[in-house]
Design a protein around this ligand. Structure first.
Ligand SMILES: *[C@@H]1O[C@H](CO)[C@@H](O)[C@H](O)[C@H]1NC(C)=O
Ligand SMILES: *[C@@H]1O[C@H](CO)[C@@H](O)[C@H](O)[C@H]1NC(C)=O
Ligand SMILES: *[C@@H]1O[C@H](CO)[C@@H](O)[C@H](O)[C@H]1NC(C)=O
Ligand SMILES: *[C@@H]1O[C@H](CO)[C@@H](O)[C@H](O)[C@H]1NC(C)=O
Ligand SMILES: *[C@@H]1O[C@H](CO)[C@@H](O)[C@H](O)[C@H]1NC(C)=O
Ligand SMILES: *[C@@H]1O[C@H](CO)[C@@H](O)[C@H](O)[C@H]1NC(C)=O
Length: 226
């Protein structure tokens, strides 16, 4: 018993001494945090990159240099993912298709604890709902899922994003709906909201009367167009 606890004590001391070194040596690769890199690689494995065009740079140690990834300069933590498809499906099919991302969005995304901005707009995540776990990205300030092909109910967990300033769930077809808008009252930082073609018919006739004055958002933005 005695020996084991002394050994344990020594191990603790050793750990404390080397912790700083170990952190620098093992968690940072170039200037990318190792845990963030692993989360991104798992995310990549779930995504379908049809022409192998978008994520081909997602190799090697420094994920801050990967296409679409933004890091905080001095800490190396990933703060933004911008994988929007810059082409419009209707206007330039070949170009759009070469940038089309689809497949699944893995929960490893929420390992990116400092993520502030996520833009997946214009891709085609066909037939899958917006993942509920997006609501755990609590530092998110910008979320753009417009024209992503997501289907079904918008998860009320998005209401947990209390730092969110920009939310764009608009599309050119009506595939998303909400059952109520109560969760939105928790989006206390919201400044810009776009819900074009989100089906609000289940919300009923009460949302204007009872909830509207609680919303910290500007009314005209609700109806803003592309
Ligand atoms: C986008 O790519 C996926 C495969 O990577 C494919 O299943 C899907 O049909 C594509 N979307 C369109 C609209 O072509
Ligand atoms: C981070 O570094 C890049 C390149 O060195 C620079 O362009 C950018 O302004 C820096 N960003 C911040 C927030 O300091
Ligand atoms: C589509 O890609 C081709 C070849 O890369 C380019 O020449 C063309 O300008 C692009 N079209 C649009 C609408 O950007
Ligand atoms: C979301 O992305 C689309 C297309 O990339 C863009 O037109 C739109 O302005 C973006 N929304 C916000 C709120 O930035
Ligand atoms: C988010 O909100 C839902 C209810 O809308 C709640 O059940 C859940 O515990 C919250 N937390 C997270 C991390 O999603
Ligand atoms: C909106 O949702 C309602 C109720 O589910 C449905 O009856 C209606 O057809 C939907 N509207 C559109 C444009 O999809």
């Amino acid at each position: 018993m005695e020996k084991i606890s002394i050994l344990g004590f020594l191990l603790v001391i050793l750990c404390l001494i080397t912790r700083d070194l170990a952190c620098k040596g093992e968690t940072l690769e170039g200037n990318c945090l190792r845990a963030d890199r692993e989360a991104l690689l798992d995310l990549k494995n779930g995504l379908k990159d049809s022409s192998n065009n978008r994520l081909s740079s997602w190799i090697g140690g420094n994920c801050c240099q990967w296409e679409g990834i933004g890091c905080e300069n001095n800490t190396g933590v990933v703060i933004s993912i911008d994988l929007h498809n810059p082409y419009y499906l209707e206007e330039a099919y070949e170009n759009w298709s070469s940038m089309n991302l689809s497949g699944e969005i893995r929960p490893s995304l929420i390992e990116l604890k400092y993520l502030r901005s996520l833009d997946l707009s214009g891709n085609s995540f066909e037939h899958i709902p917006i993942p509920k776990f997006f609501g755990s990205l609590k530092n998110l300030q910008y979320l753009n899922l417009s024209n992503c092909g997501f289907k079904g109910a918008i998860p009320p967990t998005l209401g947990n994003l209390s730092n969110l300033q920009f939310l764009d769930l608009s599309s050119i077809e009506s595939q998303l709906f909400v059952k109520n808008l109560e969760w939105m009252t928790n989006l206390v930082s919201l400044r810009h909201l776009k819900l074009n073609y989100v089906n609000l018919s289940m919300v009923g006739s009460h949302w204007m009367e009872h909830q509207w004055q609680l919303f910290p958002i500007k009314v005209p933005n609700m109806a803003s167009k592309h």
